[in-house]
Design a protein around this ligand. Structure first.
Ligand code: KIV
Ligand code: ZN
Length: 515
């Protein structure tokens, strides 16, 4: 048994992470991410904001019923309707938590809430009491605590702990603080609040100045014992503290931090990839811990050192975060059992035989084009499984693109639209442009392409290209992902995937509400 204190890891990928514009996930995708977070052994999964929409309520409820090991949390404003919605969504959870919040900074109280500090305090206390009627696991956040006055923070926190809050989360909502200040803020709060020992103090940092992880770690030094974070640092605006960075910093520097997490770090790479896949947010290559280059040694001096002894340049081993880069796992002759088995080692399970068969067919098609199939290929393949939704209106049947130097590229496309086969063609500035115009000539969505990015899934020219697109249609923003050894085909798949979200009324409804 370790003598170190526990650092609670509270993942908010499915709530704050989903507030990134364009990162909306379907209920099925959220469940998949929640089960992956449970395998990662995070302590708390903030599954969503149940009062935001019926879809969000259902998805928090489904996650609360499916997840057994982690606590499932629902966010609520201080309005009783929000708190009751969270309580109802969580009522079947093995372990559920209601997280309620209200802004406490002068600027938010005056300009947004138009309430006096005393009114805010009274609301907060009533909200916590109401939440305690549903569960004894209640978290309270004074929103914009990073710009709130310390005396008022001490007053409101003392009152909500007295009312029954068991976790006090201190958010740097606008990412304004710097590490030494943030550490000092925690020390002061914990020292000055008389009943501080009755609650766990938590930190929730945004990354507007690129300091979210540094501030979170500073808070831990100042006494925080819960860190709120997201996979790949997803989140509102510049994002939240990245879970993988916080966890690996605490683990790699045990002499600095007086606590340890219960996270199974070997799951980090696979969860990171899953979240990138379902949100369409590509991970930058130099991203700490999970970027493609995070463990790549390029310069001769570094390579020489690592070959002689890995610890010359590596402070962590790739396998610590579950990286099995470029390991060939399956090939053309692999059978269904081997396929299912390798995917289950990667933490992917199928909910039905139909889903398994569909993925296996794609695997065989890929193996025909690409002799060596790596873990990354398999994960891209299953991310694709989620795209074959029952409500898919548009399907790609065939694509032919002609591209020659000095000539205008031309594309011919055959689509199945609502079950009816349609053919179209177009010319474009490049092969991808021609393919997109040909698709649009048939679908006529009028959606605007906001983002197009392509990356390789593994190395080598036979690697699959993974294309991520974001389409906007009025208020609705939808992402699309496609993978193929042919990047024009991958591009068409990604575009059609996003179109299906735009054309689906359920996907269109973004669950965010004004907070
Ligand atoms: O950043 C923030 O203040 C939040 C709260 C809801 C905790 O996300
Ligand atoms: Zn936040």
């Amino acid at each position: 048994m370790s003598s170190k204190e526990k650092l609670i890891i509270f993942d908010t990928t499915l709530r704050d992470g989903e507030q990134s514009p364009g990162a909306t996930m379907t209920g099925e995708e959220k469940l998949r991410v929640a089960l992956a977070l449970e395998r990662l052994r995070v302590d708390v999964i903030e599954a969503g904001f149940p009062a935001a929409s019926p879809g969000d309520f259902e998805s928090v409820k489904t996650i609360a019923e499916a997840v057994k090991e982690s606590t499932v949390c629902g966010l609520a404003r201080t309005a009783f309707g929000d708190i009751d919605a969270a309580g109802n969504a969580l009522k079947n959870a093995n372990s559920g938590r209601i997280h309620t919040f209200i802004a406490t900074s002068p600027i938010h109280m005056e300009k947004k809430l138009r309430m006096s500090p005393d009114e805010v305090l009274e609301r907060a206390v009533k909200a916590v009491e109401r939440a305690r009627g549903h569960t004894d696991n209640v978290e309270f956040s004074p929103e914009d605590a990073g710009r709130s006055e310390i005396d008022f923070l001490c007053r409101i926190i003392e009152a909500v702990i007295k009312a029954g809050a068991t976790t006090i989360n201190i958010p740097d909502t606008v990412g304004y603080n710097v590490p030494h200040q943030w550490e000092a803020r925690f020390r002061t709060l914990i020292e000055r609040i008389p009943n501080a020992d009755k609650a766990v103090f938590s930190t929730h940092c945004h990354n507007d100045l690129g300091l979210a992880t540094a501030n979170s770690l500073a808070a831990v030094l100042g006494g925080a014992r819960q860190v709120e974070c997201t996979i790949n640092g997803l989140g509102e605006r510049a994002g939240n503290a990245a879970l993988e960075e916080v966890v690996m910093a605490v683990r790699t520097r045990p002499n600095v931090f007086p606590c340890e997490t219960g996270v199974d770090a070997t799951q980090i790479s696979s969860v990171s990839r899953l979240v990138s896949g379902v949100t369409g947010f590509v991970i930058q290559p130099n991203k700490a811990i999970v970027g493609a280059n995070a463990f790549a040694h390029e310069s001769g001096i570094h390579q020489d050192g690592v070959l002689k002894s890995a610890d010359t340049y590596e402070i962590m081993r790739p396998q610590d975060v579950g990286l099995t880069t470029n390991r060939m796992t399956l090939g053309k002759l692999s059978g269904r059992a081997g396929f299912r088995d390798r995917l289950s080692q990667l933490g992917v399970t199928f909910t039905s035989e139909v889903e398994l068969n569909d993925a296996f067919t794609r695997f065989k098609q890929l193996a025909d084009k690409k002799s060596e199939i790596y873990d990354e290929d398999l994960q891209a393949l299953v991310t694709d499984v989620g795209h074959v939704a029952a409500n898919e209106k548009v399907r790609l049947v065939h694509l032919r693109v002609c591209s020659e130097t000095g000539e205008t590229p031309e594309a011919e496309v055959t689509l199945l639209i609502d079950g009816e086969e349609r053919r179209g063609s177009a010319r474009g500035g490049g092969p991808v442009d021609a393919a997109y115009r040909a698709i649009e000539s048939l679908v006529q969505s009028g959606a605007e392409l906001m983002l197009y990015s392509v990356s390789n899934i593994t190395s080598g020219t036979d690697s699959q290209g993974e294309v991520s697109v974001r389409l906007a249609d009025g208020e609705a923003v939808a992402k699309g992902l496609g993978a193929d050894t042919d990047i024009v085909a991958a591009s068409a798949k990604a575009y059609i995937n996003a179109l299906n979200h735009i054309l689906d009324p359920v996907s269109r409804a973004h669950p965010q509400i004004d907070i």
